[in-house]
Design a protein around this ligand. Structure first.
Ligand code: HPA
Length: 282
C-alpha cells in the first residue's frame, strides 16, 4: 500500500460516519452506552449479549472487512450486564494493510451512535516475567511504538481537539470498578503497561529487551490506535489483555500464532465473565 494512504486522511470522515450511523438507525433505534472491541479469544462474549440487532461488517457503509482468521466480522447491539452495548466481534489491524483511519473508523461510528465508554480487549505477549500465560491484565497506560498515529492529518474539530491530552487514557474509575468485579468473581487480574507495535512479525530478543527497559509489561499489535481515537472523542476507556505468550529474551522459544490463539481461547471465558461483571457496575 502506498505510504500516502497511511498519512493522507480522507476529508469525508464526518460524512462517512454519518452514512454508517444512518444505515444503522434505519434498522434499529438502539442506542449503546458502551462500545466493546472483542479481541482474539473473546468471541464467546458475544453469545452472552441479549442481541437486539446484529450487523455483518460487510453491510455497514465504509466499515473495513476483517482478514484475520481468529476474527469474525459482526457488530452486535444488545444488552450485557444490564447495560446497552455495541460489541465488535473482530477488529482491524494496521498489519492487514488498513490505514489507521480505517482501523479506528468503527470506534468513531460507535461514539457517534452514543457510546461514551469503550472497553478494548486483546491478546498480548507478556514482557513482565511475573505474568503467566492465560492471565488477565488491566492496561494502566500504553506506549505507542507503531511509528504512526491515527490522528495525523487534518483535525476534525467537531470530533476532538488537535492535541488531545493523554495523561489518563485508561480511566481510573473503570479500572477500580473492574478490580472490584474481579474480587467479586474471584478472577485474579494484574496491571501493566501495553506497548503497541505494528506487527505482523513477532519481536526479536533485542526488541523484547528494549521494550522491557522502556517499562512495558505487555506487547501487542492492536488497541493503541483505537484508544487514541477514543481519547480524541472523550470516551472513558478500559483495556484488558490476555497474556498469550512469554516474551523472555533470555529464554525465548519459537512462538506460533496458533498457540497464541489457543491460549486466548482458553482464557476467553474468564475474561467474558469479568467484563460482564465489570460493565454491570459502569
Ligand atoms: N508480540 C506482539 N504481539 C503479540 C505477542 C507478542 O509477543 N503475543 C500476542 N500478541
Amino acid at each position: 500500500m502506498p505510504m500516502k494512504f497511511f498519512f493522507k486522511k480522507k476529508t469525508s470522515i464526518m460524512k462517512d460516519m454519518g452514512k454508517c450511523r444512518s444505515y444503522i438507525h434505519r434498522k434499529t433505534s438502539f442506542k449503546p452506552d458502551i462500545a466493546l472491541i472483542l479481541g482474539t479469544g473473546l468471541g464467546g462474549l458475544s453469545k452472552r449479549i441479549k442481541a437486539e440487532k446484529i450487523f455483518d461488517y460487510a453491510e455497514l457503509p465504509f466499515f473495513p472487512q476483517t482478514t484475520v482468521q481468529s476474527h469474525t466480522g459482526k457488530l452486535i447491539l444488545g444488552e450485557l450486564g444490564g447495560k446497552k452495548v455495541a460489541a465488535m466481534e473482530g477488529r482491524f489491524h494496521f498489519y492487514e494493510g488498513y490505514s489507521l483511519e480505517e482501523v479506528t473508523f468503527p470506534v468513531r461510528v460507535l461514539r457517534h451512535l452514543g457510546a461514551k465508554m469503550l472497553v478494548v480487549s486483546n491478546a498480548a505477549g507478556g514482557l513482565n516475567l511475573d505474568y503467566k500465560k492465560g492471565e488477565i491484565v488491566a492496561i494502566t497506560d500504553h506506549i505507542n511504538f507503531m511509528g504512526v498515529n491515527p490522528l495525523i492529518g487534518a483535525n476534525e474539530d467537531r470530533l476532538g481537539s488537535r492535541f488531545p491530552d493523554m495523561c489518563e487514557p485508561y480511566s481510573k474509575r473503570l479500572m477500580e470498578l473492574t478490580e472490584l468485579a474481579a474480587r467479586e468473581t474471584h478472577i485474579p487480574i494484574r496491571k501493566g503497561v501495553y506497548i503497541g507495535v505494528t506487527g505482523p512479525c513477532l519481536e526479536t530478543r533485542a526488541e523484547y529487551r528494549m521494550m522491557r527497559n522502556f517499562g512495558a509489561d505487555l506487547v501487542g499489535m492492536s488497541t493503541v490506535p483505537e484508544v487514541i481515537v477514543g481519547v480524541h472523542m472523550g470516551m472513558e476507556i478500559l483495556g484488558l489483555s490476555i497474556v498469550t505468550d512469554t516474551c523472555d529474551p533470555d529464554h525465548l522459544e519459537p512462538c506460533n500464532i496458533q498457540e497464541i490463539i489457543k491460549t486466548a481461547n482458553e482464557a476467553g471465558p474468564k475474561l467474558d465473565k469479568l467484563i460482564t461483571a465489570a460493565i454491570s457496575k459502569f
